[in-house]
Design a protein around this ligand. Structure first.
Ligand SMILES: *[C@@H]1O[C@H](CO)[C@@H](O)[C@H](O)[C@H]1NC(C)=O
Length: 457
């Protein structure tokens, strides 16, 4: 009889531990890039501004891109229009950061560098320890003044010569960000954009040391096939293809494992998904499968105007034609479409619903999306509401771990704060306390029962 009670109390104790564990499940981040230049696209249908942002679809939004001033060697506004430079004029930085009013849990970052930046600014600010320290300390003030929550370094790309400078920059920023926390703010976030292939990783990225200083690496796990491809291949496949004609290093799976093997823990990775598909031209309209010959001709989408690339809204338009056939490749887990001699490998709701659970099984911190303007943000192209890709990501996450953050507050979600310590904002302290009390009660009860048994036998 007493043994039974003890047993059931222990069951209760482990049950409460289990409930605590469940309550402490991690939030899966959704970091999205905001391309600040997209508001000046010629086509109004592809023109994207701050007012188009849905503040609840991402947990982090990154403003691309900021500017390093070559003379002062400091972070400066890209143009005066970004600042509240005149009375009654709201600059773009403030407009952008004001979206947090609609979602208090949203974080914003400013990104530096990017594809069209030659990296010379990064070289200048890492010329000496003093210059880089001054840059980092100034950056803290710059970001706080404009209500950013972090900085993203998108140096494309450090080389053998600047490999150490890159780590020096990250170290200086980490030290400045850590030193500032004493003032009671939550820590500024530090992220970088990481390339997908060996060609750039090998010479320029000291992954082990990068991992020491950054909160997250945004892995650019796309553009595996360039517009100059010889055969029909995917832009952002999940898995590599076994066929010998394909390079085994060209997949999300390969990139994630490579960064991990070289010292970047999964919990510091955000894995990239893009709205851009690769558009190639088949040599023979009757040979359409993956690996078929392509001509090398480069066609440009008529809404976004990317040579050799087709953005998801443009892909939807193509899919709406009865002449288009869509296929899903089960080896690499991404779709492609064929229309006449057009061959487009892309990303859609189906591939996202495979990639997200794959990421979550590995234990990465979240997903990165490049970029907000490349989803069907108007809902006019895909006949599936606004932002079908981002909503598919959110739905896939919800399916795995239950409701995810919008502004709807789920008290059970653990918040990732500062330098990657998972801290539960609510309930964990009372729960731990409850578990301890329960444990003490069980021990006392057991002792009492045992001594009572001893006395009566
Ligand atoms: C493709 O197939 C069709 C129907 O079988 C045939 O008429 C056409 O000549 C073929 N085209 C090429 C380029 O082989």
């Amino acid at each position: 009889m007493p043994d039974g009670s003890v047993f059931s109390l222990y069951v209760l104790f482990f049950l409460s531990l289990f409930i605590f564990q469940q309550g402490a499940s991690k939030e899966f981040l959704r970091l999205c890039y905001f391309p600040s230049w997209a508001s000046s696209r010629p086509s109004p249908l592809a023109s994207y501004g701050v007012s188009d942002i849905d503040p609840k679809l991402c947990t982090h939004i990154v403003y691309a891109f900021g500017k390093i001033d070559r003379d002062s060697k400091l972070l400066v506004p890209t143009t005066p229009l970004l600042e509240d430079s005149r009375p009654n004029f709201v600059g773009k930085y403030r407009l952008f950061n004001d979206i947090k009013r609609e979602n208090s849990r949203l974080k914003t970052l400013l990104s530096l560098g990017g594809q069209n930046d030659d990296g010379s600014g990064f070289k200048i600010i890492t010329e000496s320890d003093i210059i880089v320290k001054r840059f980092a300390e100034n950056a803290v003030k710059f970001l706080r003044k404009r209500d950013f929550d972090g900085l993203d370094i998108d140096w494309e790309y450090p080389t053998k010569e600047t490999k150490r400078s890159f780590v020096l920059l990250l170290k200086a920023l980490r030290e400045a960000f850590d030193a500032e926390v004493a003032n009671g703010h939550s820590k500024l976030l530090l992220t970088i954009a990481g390339p997908p292939g060996l060609y750039y990783i090998e010479p320029g990225y000291d992954i082990h040391n990068i991992a020491r200083y950054v909160d997250y690496v945004n892995l650019m796990t796309y553009d595996y096939t360039t517009k100059n491809a010889q055969i029909a291949a995917f832009n952002s496949p999940l898995y590599s293809r076994k066929d010998m004609r394909f390079d085994a290093t060209l997949s999300t799976d390969w990139t994630v494992r490579y960064w991990h093997d070289r010292g970047l823990p999964f919990h510091k990775m955000l894995v990239g998904i893009t709205g851009v598909g690769r558009r190639l031209v088949l040599s023979n309209v009757n040979e359409t499968e993956v690996g078929s010959d392509v001509t090398g001709e480069i066609r440009t989408g008529d809404v976004y105007g990317i040579p050799g690339g087709l953005v998801y809204p443009e892909i939807c338009t193509m899919l709406n034609s009865i002449k288009t056939k869509r296929y899903f490749d089960y080896e690499q887990r991404v779709p492609y479409l064929v229309k006449g001699d057009d061959w487009v490998g892309y990303e859609d709701e189906e591939s996202i619903s495979v990639k997200i659970p794959w990421m979550m099984r590995l234990g990465v911190a979240g997903v990165m999306f490049w970029s907000l303007d490349q989803d069907d943000f108007t809902g006019k192209f895909c006949d599936d509401g606004k932002y079908p890709l981002l909503r598919a990501m959110k739905a896939a996450i919800t399916k795995e771990i239950g409701p995810v953050s919008g502004e709807d507050v789920n008290p059970d979600i653990v918040f990732l704060t500062g330098h990657n310590q998972a801290v539960s904002r609510t309930n964990s302290i009372p729960l731990i306390y409850l578990c301890c009390c329960l444990h003490v009660a069980i021990v006392l009860f057991t002792c009492t029962v045992l001594s009572a048994d001893g006395m009566f036998n």
